[in-house]
Write a protein that binds this ligand. Structure first.
Ligand code: ZN
Ligand code: ZN
Length: 432
């Protein structure tokens, strides 16, 4: 992690700065209550029913906020209208939890269970989406009290299914976009803040350009011809063909893509076929995830994986069927937006608390927003302050927990960024 000192052109500081601070502070204890309720009611992708209702009812209690529910099956769009005219900016908070048993030992730890892939599983908010939501609700609360001074509108997007939708179903971000959440009012830019346990409350992580890799799921079935295991010459062995393919796939990364443009990864997450030691099966299946931080490399990989699958299958007298699954594009932080919001971030967090994060081969479906509009995706620190940072458990770990001090800080950050943008329309990048 690099710490970068920043001194750039300063965006006009919102005159609401002090009011934001005092309103955020006075909401802090209620916000912790909201966070704990959400923490105790975690729900999986597209099952965010109690969560959605809770958020809907809360937002409907705020003055000047118009709520649309449901959107994208279990999500919410809420528009906070300032009393002065202006344009619209959106803020996205993700809603879903994970099939993980929480092991934090907290008094308010999740006891929730749900069905997942046909099995009962424990469910918990080990990615901090409970905090992301509580912060966005805090921002809506604070700004609703300032609406007579606000120019334009803030569109709150509570998005379901960020952690991945079932195969064949659109994830939450793309579904929200298809449902028209960026229209009426026309949104100019989208911001997102996400919990992160590699830094402490009060710290913020940001970068410009590519932040999260594109992600493609690819499913390959090698079809051979069943035979007795003792007489392989009488059939066509899809296991041998598949094994040969798996080894060759890695040469696409090491020999065919320009890694100077950005990292790329092919992982075969599963490869199975057959039921018994003495039967060569009729077919074998594998599932891949393909990541790339460069769109050209991504295109090469997608094309070459298919070609190689057919080639290797053919070499062994088999056939390959290649099916493309879920695609998340590359997430790009808009450079103009980044430059123009850095002074706000620096002002709220303090220059010593600005961290510059490295681009990642992980993916984020916020990328669908970033492909549509100039966007900025940032992390706020949530690591428990009672532990050394090295002992803090990262997102998706059963012992992941959010330090409550992060809530008030990130709410202040969101409010200041939104207000600085609405008051300075000339600072917004044009549409891509
Ligand atoms: Zn996650
Ligand atoms: Zn997330």
């Amino acid at each position: 992690m690099l710490i970068k000192k920043l001194s750039r052109e300063v965006i006009n500081i919102t005159p609401l700065k002090n009011e934001i601070t005092s309103l955020t502070q006075s909401f802090a204890s209620k916000q912790i209550e909201i966070f704990r309720w959400l923490h105790q009611h975690p729900e999986l992708a597209y099952k965010e029913i109690k969560t959605g209702k809770y958020i809907q009812e809360y937002l409907e209690s705020l003055p000047g906020v118009e709520v649309s529910y449901p959107v994208a099956k279990t999500g919410i769009k809420a528009v906070l209208s300032g009393e002065k005219s202006g344009f619209s900016v959106a803020l996205r908070a993700d809603m879903d939890a994970l099939p993980v048993k929480e092991e934090t030992g907290l008094t308010y730890a999740s006891q929730a269970k749900a069905m997942y892939n046909g099995y009962e599983t424990d469910v918990s908010h080990v990615c901090g989406h409970d905090a992301n939501m509580a912060i966005a609700l805090g921002t809506a609360t604070v700004l609703s009290q300032l609406r007579e001074k606000i120019r334009g509108k803030v569109v709150f997007l509570f998005q379901p299914a960020e952690e991945g939708a079932p195969t064949g179903i659109d994830g939450g971000a793309i579904r929200m976009i298809k449902d028209g959440v960026l229209e009426n009012p026309e949104v100019k830019t989208v911001l997102a803040l996400h919990a992160n346990n590699t830094c402490y409350p009060g710290q913020v992580m940001v970068r410009e350009g590519a932040t999260h890799a594109s992600q493609d799921s690819i499913f390959i079935r090698i079809v051979g011809e069943q035979a007795h295991g003792s007489q392989p010459w009488s059939g066509k062995d899809p296991i041998v063909a598949g094994a040969s393919l798996i080894n060759s796939l890695q040469t696409l990364i090491s020999r065919e893509v320009d890694l100077q443009k950005g990292a790329a990864v092919i992982t075969v997450g599963y490869f199975w076929g057959g039921v018994k030691v003495n039967i060569i099966p009729e077919g074998a299946d594998m599932g891949l995830t393909v990541r790339s931080l460069d769109p050209d490399n991504r295109d090469i990989l997608i094309k070459r994986i298919k070609e190689l699958a057919h080639l290797k299958a053919d070499m062994h007298g088999c056939q390959a069927k290649v099916v493309y699954g879920q695609h998340y594009p590359l997430n790009i932080n808009n450079e103009t937006l980044y430059q123009n919001l850095l002074p706000t971030l620096e002002r709220v967090a303090g220059p010593e608390n600005m961290l510059y994060y490295l681009s990642s081969t992980k993916s984020e479906d916020f990328s669908h927003f970033s492909q549509k509009l100039p966007s900025l995706y940032m992390y706020y620190g949530t690591a428990p302050q009672d532990k050394p940072l090295a002992e803090s458990k990262l997102n998706h770990h059963p012992e992941f927990r959010v330090d409550k001090a992060a809530l008030e800080f990130a709410t202040r950050l969101e409010c200041n960024m939104l207000m600085d943008l609405l008051e300075n329309p000339e600072k917004l990048p044009g549409k891509k």
